[in-house]
Design a binder for this molecule. Structure first.
Ligand SMILES: Cc1cc2nc3c(=O)[nH]c(=O)nc-3n(C[C@H](O)[C@H](O)[C@H](O)COP(=O)(O)OP(=O)(O)OC[C@H]3O[C@@H](n4cnc5c(N)ncnc54)[C@H](O)[C@@H]3O)c2cc1C
Ligand code: FES
Ligand code: FES
Length: 474
């Protein structure tokens, strides 16, 4: 049995842990305000909030219920659109959508309202950019995005700033209740969750070889039916796998850390454009769940995090029970979906060295659209430069080989070279000759090679504008 709080009351279901939360909400609980669109995490129509108890308070995140397995709900708070409706009339967010004409057929509106509510729960300092950005994972097919954007901006302008210091604090919830964004029952949820045992009576159906579920954003986007009755191991329920630690000369990231955890931790804030690049991975809902470990083990040739950690020359720690071994990420990826990982082994964490001040880095990604899309080609680069010469280069590229590729030859050829337009051209040429892309929906092999060359050149233009003649390079 799985027990959790659904809106304002305790709810118990006999559905298996691999059942999809969207089906539980609509078909079992009969709450049809949450919409079913793509069932792949792509449209945001099914957005709900997941409240996870913390040492103090509850942390709420917006998630796509169509790719959220029900086992993740045990001992947590699930909030659907019905759970934020006031007893009478419209909530301030709903009212603003009406005023701005931001809803026509209304199919996408519950998802949009839930995403905005998730944003307000997750910040004490709302602003226009954050409010609009929180909607990047919600697709609307009939209202213009201009009025939806205006509604988001009106929300942040009208609501003001929370007096709380931390968004999972009671003070922040009290402020949102006072603003009528949330009903008052939210104030009692932390105590209700504390009274429930987070695991009591919960059986993840683990027998024999269980499938490891981290964020489930890959697994449940493609294999939800197959996983419904499978044995599942939920990493989010295991301690010690999702922390982020800054040590004296290295950064240690638990494999269960999410993209959002990395952004919130600030560890990428001094790493070139890496932090802004993470803001373009998928959508808020996916970033709230997608983990580092899932990105690497999924072994997609275009995984953004894998490309970034290849350029940081990350080392992985793999465990089996109390045994462990270490392997460089570039050696871990062996062939299309082939990894140096045996059944029963777990990717526990990765680490990379703190970069010295002479190292600069950059990430480039071209996708069919800016938000909510995986790359056609992506690449990351780290250059250590002293006295105008490249001492060391680590360059990676995705979408141009069966695996996310560490560009061995390109990285090596740059060692000792002066930073110049000629060197940038050489890097682009070498990279093009080092890859073996295929024709697919994201472009022809020839296009991807060409694109990679341009993106390698872009690293130089972005990082060394004083030494590069852009016109000559193009
Ligand atoms: C709408 C949408 C948009 C997306 N956009 C992007 C994008 O822009 N960029 C991008 O890079 N990705 C994108 N993705 C893909 C996906 O979100 C990422 O790859 C994500 O990082 C996967 O992590 P997860 O925790 O959800 O993995 P899961 O789905 O939980 O797991 C993936 C695989 O890894 C295994 N696994 C997970 N953790 C471990 C571990 N610690 N040890 C051993 N095995 C493990 C699982 O068993 C499974 O086989 C998108 C996905 C969706 C649905
Ligand atoms: S139904 Fe489209 S994201 Fe869930
Ligand atoms: S209002 Fe119709 S899909 Fe958005």
């Amino acid at each position: 049995m799985i027990s959790f709080i659904l809106n304002d009351r305790v709810y118990t279901t006999g559905l298996p842990p691999g059942a999809v939360t969207l089906d539980l909400i609509r078909n079992e609980a009969g709450l049809t305000g949450t919409r079913e669109g793509c069932r792949e995490g792509d449209c945001g129509a099914c957005t709900v909030l997941l409240g996870v108890p913390q040492q103090q308070g509850v942390k709420y995140i917006a998630v796509n219920s169509c790719i959220l397995p029900a086992g993740e709900l045990q001992g947590r708070h699930l909030v659907t659109i019905e759970g934020i409706n006031p007893e009478e009339g419209l909530s301030p967010l709903q009212q603003i959508f009406v005023e701005e004409g931001a809803s026509q057929c209304g199919f996408c509106t519950p998802g949009l309202i839930m995403s905005l509510t998730g944003y307000l729960l997750g910040t004490v300092d709302p602003d226009d950019i954050g409010a609009t950005g929180s909607l990047a994972g919600n697709i609307c097919r009939c209202t213009g995005y201009v009025s939806i954007k205006k509604a988001a901006e009106t929300v942040s302008g009208r609501i003001g700033h929370s007096p709380a210091e931390c968004c999972s604090s009671r003070e922040h919830l009290e402020w949102l209740v006072e603003k009528e964004i949330l009903p008052s029952y939210f104030l009692g949820i932390a105590a209700m969750l504390q009274a429930m045992d987070a695991t009591d009576g919960f059986d993840a159906n683990v027998s024999g070889h269980a499938v490891t579920v981290a964020g489930g954003t890959d697994l449940f986007a493609v294999e939800a039916e197959e996983l419904r009755n499978a044995g599942l191991r939920f990493l989010s329920r295991e301690t010690g796998i999702n922390g982020i630690n800054v040590l004296e000369n290295k950064i240690l990231i638990g494999a269960g850390a999410t993209v959002r955890d990395i952004i919130d931790s600030g560890i990428f804030s001094n790493l070139g454009n890496f932090e802004q690049s993470l803001e373009l991975v998928a959508s808020v809902q996916v970033r709230n769940r997608a983990t580092v470990g899932g990105n690497i083990v999924n072994a997609s040739p275009i995984g953004d995090l894998t490309i970034i950690f290849l350029a940081l020359d990350a080392k992985l720690r793999i465990t089996r029970g109390s045994d462990y071994r270490e392997v460089q990420l570039k050696d871990f990826l062996r062939g299309y979906k082939v990894l140096d990982l045996s059944p029963g082994e777990l990717l526990e964490s990765l680490e990379y060295a703190v970069l010295d001040s002479a190292t600069c880095i950059n990430f480039e990604k071209v996708a069919m659209r800016k938000h909510l899309d995986i790359a056609s080609v992506n690449t990351a680069a780290a250059f250590t430069v002293r006295g105008g010469r490249i001492e060391k280069a680590d360059i990676s590229a995705g979408g141009v080989a069966p695996i996310p590729l560490y560009l061995e030859r390109t990285s090596a050829v740059l060692s000792g070279m002066k930073v110049s337009t000629d060197t940038a051209s050489l890097a682009a040429r070498t990279a093009r000759s080092e890859v073996t892309p295929i024709d697919d929906v994201r472009g022809s092999a020839e296009y991807k090679k060409l694109l990679l060359g341009k993106l390698i050149a872009a690293h130089f233009v972005e990082l060394f504008p004083q030494w590069i003649n852009v016109e000559e390079l193009l």
